[in-house]
Design a protein around this ligand. Sequence first.
Ligand SMILES: O=C(O)C1=C[C@@H](OP(=O)(O)O)[C@@H](O)[C@H](O)C1
Ligand SMILES: C=C(OP(=O)(O)O)C(=O)O
Length: 439
Amino acid sequence: MSKTTMLPLAPVAQAAGQMNLPGSKSISNRVLLLAALAQGETRISGLLDSDDTRVMLQALDQLGVRVDRIAQDEVVVHGGSALRPGPEDIHLGNAGTAFRPLTAALALSGGEYRLSGVPRMHERPIGDLVDALRSMGADILYEGNEGYPPLRIGMPDLKSGMPVRVKGSVSSQFLTALLMAAPLHTAATGQPLTVEVEGELISKPYINITLNLMDRFGVKVTREGWQRFVIGADAAYRSPGDLRVEGDASTASYFMALGAIGGGPVVIHGVGGESIQGDITFADVLERMGAKVRREAHALEVSGVRVAQGGTLRAFDEDFNLIPDAAMTAAVLGLFADGPCTLRNIGSWRVKETDRIHAMHTELEKLGATVASGDDWLTVHPLSRDGWKEAEIATYDDHRMAMCFSLASFGPKTVTILDPECVGKTFPGYFPVFQGMVS
Ligand SMILES: O=C(O)C1=C[C@@H](OP(=O)(O)O)[C@@H](O)[C@H](O)C1
Ligand SMILES: C=C(OP(=O)(O)O)C(=O)O
């Protein structure tokens, strides 16, 4: 058993200053895989250095892809060689952005692999992606429970001509995985590939990230809305040469929130008006709550009220399906609103790093808040200054639980974050940066 560590955060009243975001997790892991599959060398700067990118880099190493590290946030990927056919036992931690795309790429490329992760990864569904890949001729077996990792991948017998159908209601990462791996299928069959989404597609902005980055690597996808995506028979990834990863917009949400409740101004470098990440629209949510946001191309400045001196944010009742990660930050901000705040259409929270609806409900209640939740929604009632309780917040090995509950230190009581090192999934240096901006 590992020892529980804890980080007590004493009450703070103000936030101001500047910070540089670490690279986007979603972009970093996509770009690493695309660069590995692309002809030529890709110099990637601004790359995120965290648990999720480390497992992707480790996997590429096992697959025989040469990656030279130039600096902590910069690598050169030598792409375009066939991936090592295995057998390889590849461990992918709890990184959805590594597990789902690598499953598709390896299932279509020909080789023997075992893909596994931490115990929680083995509870995160992958059946919709495996069904789609099997319909294309992939050989994939479930080692444990049907529909969940670990997976055993064998040599495919690829079929062409029929559209491949994938369900989009559990995770958009399944569609992302199929799109990114599609050129392996078209190269092997010489035929175009059509991917059709069955039913509702969640988390749509992440598909825009996928299409944008595939385009930068020379593959244009023709699309009809969110239903049909066609990859041409001649699709082939080519290195764009140099590529800079923008800052992580989900990580930016914690610092935007700081500006909104701690007065500000908080200046965030690394994402801005030109971001390709959907979570940048969390800035719009904050504006609706009363914060002031100034957008530059690659920076944001947020100022707002001082909740420790009686300021409040405007309450909201919104659909958060497009920004499920930044939505967690909004949930904690509900504590400082002028009425109950409801987050709707967040069912995907149940199958992420933990059951986030359960975790958020339980931990907000520890602070003294009144909370209600259902299958895919959560309501948080604001806490009056005299209603707060001193609390130890469990983080469930979920980086976002640790990061968004740091905002509760704007209440009048010490909040203790348990196992704070879980932030390593996407931002190992989170707490020193946070503590450097608050007083
Ligand atoms: O494609 C991506 O980079 C991601 C998609 C989202 O997942 P879902 O599509 O499962 O909601 C998001 O929550 C995750 O952090 C990253
Ligand atoms: C859901 C998340 O991660 P993953 O990429 O593992 O799905 C997240 O970072 O909030």
